[in-house]
Design a protein around this ligand. Structure first.
Ligand code: UDP
Length: 451
């Protein structure tokens, strides 16, 4: 009989998108799939995506999970972390919800950001199921997370050597992790503790891209016992109706002439920094498609955009016809697939990095916060692009337009990046061919789910 699998994503598009892709993949492999949708969602993009996803995947069941909201006066007010926390604190509502499903579920996939839910669910008498984690970050950052409860970060040493894993540079670890009072850190630590209780960790990466780390995670030689690490990336895009408006402008541009500029779904930059980016793009003389929207609300109004970028800069962009500024959510995967795109100026969120890898689009990585430096290390090592490390974390310093101009030119004009990225794209495709590394692991997961 087909296994019935439930999935519970956490908040934020960088978490939701890989869950939707995994859900679609499991459903295409004869699993019955129920997606638990934490309500209320944090952003309009999330609820729009969910609606359009279920409209094209009617065979995937939707089950709303009404979480108990936290006090928004919380001093650590990031709405995404508050939602992770709300999901974790509402875990007692899950057993009756999960037990009501028919046929009974055999497994639950949890987000790495809410992995600690396993601690309570695994001991619940009414649930006899297996647990899996979907890791929405690089294997490299995941491997740091696994050791988090046991880490003492010595700022005097430059490299961190965790037994059995490749070493990490301390300066690439996001600064909030050095502060045990930080909500982000305490969440990560309790999630990390739960990792050893799950049956497997499914990850949107592929063997060739992170071979050393993946092999180390599965070697049985790490200083802590870990479940099987199951790399099945790059995740395939799922069917998504409707065309992205910016594609008509791209259609008019020559092949590989446009740099796509986007810093993910949740990064807010200062006005000064936004202006430097705009000036840098103009000075570079490269064509560009720049997505600029507020966090959470998913789009900005014209007046807000003028306020953010400056009216004169917007007029200059329009007058020079060198690029366009997009004010709302775009279909990034469609843009990255477009023949006019020659480079991607990105914050190096893991989904963005994998989407670029899949299509062989070279990246200029400007790592702003979170796991991004770990991701950029992977990108750089694989030859997928360049990473100006000295640009620092977001807000550490103002990256000037001249620096941006120089790196954009390097990305778009130095053809070595293009050919190396193409090689990455070929390896990504190979991972999914019959007998390819990711394709084989998917088969293995389906067998595990049938047990
Ligand atoms: N994304 C998109 N359109 C946008 C902004 C983001 O489709 O306008 C998608 C992008 O393709 C990726 C996800 O949202 O799948 C963002 O995840 P990522 O890990 O790159 O960054 P985060 O937003 O989590 O920082």
């Amino acid at each position: 009989m087909e296994p019935h699998i439930a999935l519970l994503p956490s908040a934020g598009m960088g978490h939701l998108m890989p869950f939707l892709r995994l859900a679609a993949m499991l459903a295409s492999r004869n699993c019955k799939v129920t997606l638990l949708t934490a309500q209320p969602t944090v952003s309009a993009a999330e609820s729009n995506h969910l609606n359009s996803f279920f409209s094209v995947h009617p065979h995937i069941q939707r089950l709303d999970f009404h979480v108990v909201p936290l006090q928004t006066s919380n001093p650590h007010g990031d709405p995404f972390f508050l939602q992770f926390e709300a999901i974790i604190r509402s875990v007692h509502l899950l057993p009756p919800l999960l037990s009501s499903l028919s046929p009974p579920i055999s497994a639950l996939f949890l987000d790495i950001a809410a992995a600690t839910c396993v601690d309570q669910l695994a001991d619940h008498p009414s649930l006899s199921i297996s647990y899996y984690i979907l890791s929405t970050t690089s294997a490299r950052f995941f491997s740091l997370l696994t050791h988090l409860p046991h880490l003492t970060l010595e700022s005097s040493c430059e490299n961190l050597k965790l037994h059995g894993l490749p070493s990490f540079s301390i300066s690439n670890i996001p600064p909030p992790l050095f502060n045990p009072q930080n909500l982000f850190t305490t969440q990560l630590i309790s999630n990390a503790r739960a990792i050893s209780r799950v049956k497997g960790v499914v990850s949107n990466t592929f063997h060739w891209f992170e071979a050393e780390t993946i092999e180390a995670l599965n070697s049985g030689k790490t200083s802590i016992t870990l479940p099987q690490f199951l790399p099945i990336g790059p995740f395939k895009p799922y069917e998504d109706p409707g065309k992205c408006a910016s594609l008509s402008w791209l259609d008019e541009q020559p092949a590989k002439s446009v740099v796509y500029v986007s810093f993910g779904s949740r990064t807010a930059m200062s006005k000064d920094q936004i202006k430097e980016i705009g000036e840098g793009l103009l000075k570079s003389k490269q064509k560009f498609l720049w997505v600029l929207k507020s966090v959470i609300v998913d789009k900005v109004e014209e007046t807000e955009l003028q306020e953010l970028v400056g009216r004169s800069l917007l007029e200059k962009i329009e007058e020079k016809k060198q690029g366009i500024v997009v004010k709302e959510w775009v279909k990034q995967e469609e843009i990255l697939t477009h023949h006019a795109i020659g480079g991607f100026f990105s914050h190096c969120g893991w989904n963005s990095a994998m989407e670029a890898a899949q299509r062989g689009v070279p990246m200029l990585a400007w790592t702003l916060n979170g796991d991004q430096r770990f991701n950029a290390e992977v990108v750089e090592k694989a030859g997928l692009g360049l990473w100006p490390k000295h640009w620092g974390w977001l807000g550490e310093r103002l990256v000037k337009s001249e620096e941006i101009e120089e790196k954009i030119e390097e990305l778009m004009q130095d053809h070595k990046f293009r050919s190396m990225a193409q090689k990455v794209g070929e390896e990504a495709k190979r991972a999914w061919e019959i007998g390819g590394t990711s394709e084989k692991v998917v088969g293995q997961i389906i067998e595990m789910l049938k047990l």
